[in-house]
Design a protein around this ligand. Structure first.
Ligand code: CP
Length: 364
C-alpha cells in the first residue's frame, strides 16, 4: 500500500502497527523529531477543513519535515479550470507526499492514478474519510483498551457522513462488534453498506430513531453532524438539522465508561454542557488525529509507490472502460470530462457493477 484511499487499503495488522507507532510517538516524541527531515508534505484542500489539514501539517512539522499547499480550491488553478490529474502531476514536482480533500467522490483515485508519490485521501465528498477512521480507532483503543467486543452507536447523518462509512467498514473486521444506527429515516446508512458490509459479514445491527432507546447498551456513542453541504434541497436540511442533540439528561441512562465521540466540527449535536463530562472524548480524538497521521506519513514514505495504472492485468480483467457511464452527480467523473468511466463487476451473473471512483452501483 503506498496510497490510502479507503480504510480497507490497510489490513487489520497494518492498522495495529500504526496504532502502536502512534502510541510510541505519544510516549517518545523526541525519537521522531527528525524522522522526515528534508521531506515535504503537500496538503491540497479543495474543500474546507480545520482538524484534518492542520493535524496533517502539525504532524509533518513534528516529524521535522516541511509543508506546502492550499486550503481552498479558489486559491489554486482549479479556479481556472485545471483538472485534478494535472494539479497532482504538478505537485509531484514539489512534494514527497500528498494529503488531499476534494468535494467530488473518487477524486483521490484520479489523483493516485496520476501520481508517483503517495496520495492520502483526507475526505472525498460523502464517500470516505480513512484518516478520520484511523483517528477514531486510536482514540477508542486508548480509551477502551480494545477494538473488539464493543456496542457502537452511530448517530446523525448516516447517509452522507463519510466518517460513518469508513468507520463501519473498519469495525466490520473486528470480532464482537454490534452497531446501533441512530438516524432519521431520510438519513439512514446507504443500502450498499448494509448489504455488502453488515449483512455479508453477519454483523448484528439495529436501526433506531431516538438516542434514548439506544443509550443504555452503548460502549461508544459516535455523534455526527447533519451534512448541510450534501443536501440538494436546503429546506430538507432545515427540517432535519436538529434531529439529535446530546445533552446531559440524555446521558442519565448511559454506561459510566461510555466513550462519547464526534469527528467534529459539531454544529448543535452535542451541548457544550457535555464537554466537561469525563465521558466526552471528542477533543482528545482531535489530538489523536495528529499522532496517527504522523504514523501514517512515516509508513507511506517508507514504502515504494506503485501507480494505480500498474495494477496487474489479472486484477483489471473485469473492468468495463467507457462502456458504462456513472450517473452519480457527486462523482468526480461528473465534472472532469476526460476521465475514463471505469466500472468493475461485483456480480457479473446479474450484471451488477460499480463505479471505480465513487462506487455507485449500476445494473447492465
Ligand atoms: N473531522 C474532520 O474531518 O474535521 P475537519 O473537516 O475540520 O477537517
Amino acid at each position: 500500500m503506498s496510497n490510502l484511499i479507503d480504510i480497507l487499503d490497510l489490513s487489520v495488522e497494518e492498522i495495529d502497527g500504526l496504532i502502536s507507532v502512534a502510541n510510541d510517538i505519544i510516549e517518545n516524541p523526541g525519537k521522531y523529531a527528525k524522522a522526515c527531515e528534508g521531506k515535504i508534505l503537500a496538503t491540497l484542500f479543495f474543500e474546507p477543513s480545520t482538524r484534518t489539514r492542520l493535524s496533517f501539517e502539525s504532524a509533518m512539522l513534528s516529524l521535522g519535515g516541511s509543508v506546502l499547499g492550499f486550503s481552498e480550491a479558489g486559491s489554486s488553478s482549479t479556479a481556472k479550470g485545471e483538472s485534478c490529474a494535472d494539479t497532482i502531476r504538478t505537485v509531484n514536482c514539489y512534494a514527497d507526499i500528498i494529503a488531499m480533500r476534494h468535494p467530488k467522490e473518487g477524486a483521490p483515485v484520479v489523483a493516485a492514478k496520476a501520481s508517483h508519490i503517495p496520495i492520502i485521501n483526507a475526505g472525498d465528498g460523502g464517500h470516505f474519510h480513512p484518516t478520520q477512521t484511523l483517528t477514531d480507532l486510536l482514540t477508542i483503543s486508548r480509551h477502551k483498551g480494545r477494538l473488539n467486543d464493543l456496542t457502537i452507536g452511530i448517530c446523525g447523518d448516516l447517509k452522507f457522513g463519510r466518517t460513518v462509512h469508513s468507520l463501519i467498514a473498519a469495525f466490520a473486521r473486528y470480532t464482537g462488534i454490534k452497531f446501533v444506527l441512530i438516524s432519521p429515516e431520510e438519513l439512514c446508512v446507504p443500502e450498499y453498506v448494509k448489504t455488502e458490509t453488515l449483512d455479508k459479514k453477519g454483523i448484528p445491527y439495529k436501526e433506531v430513531r431516538t438516542l434514548e432507546e439506544a443509550m443504555p447498551e452503548l460502549d461508544i456513542l459516535y455523534m455526527t453532524r447533519i451534512q448541510r453541504e450534501r443536501f440538494a434541497d436546503p429546506a430538507e436540511y432545515e427540517r432535519l438539522k436538529n434531529s439529535f442533540v446530546l445533552d446531559l439528561p440524555k446521558l442519565e441512562n448511559a454506561k459510566p465508561d461510555l466513550c462519547i465521540m464526534h469527528p467534529l466540527p459539531r454544529v448543535n449535536e452535542i451541548s457544550t454542557k457535555v464537554d466537561n463530562d469525563p465521558r466526552a472524548c471528542y477533543f482528545d480524538q482531535a489530538l489523536c488525529g495528529k499522532y496517527i497521521r504522523m504514523a501514517l506519513i512515516l509508513k507511506l514514505l517508507a514504502e515504494t509507490p506503485m501507480l494505480l495504472s500498474e495494477v496487474p492485468e489479472t486484477e483489471q480483467e473485469e473492468m468495463l472502460i467507457n462502456k458504462v457511464f456513472c450517473e452519480n452527480p457527486r462523482c468526480i467523473t461528473s465534472v472532469e470530462q476526460e476521465i475514463d468511466h471505469i466500472f468493475h463487476y461485483t456480480d457479473k451473473e446479474n450484471g451488477i457493477c460499480r463505479c471505480a471512483y465513487c462506487e455507485a452501483q449500476k445494473k447492465i
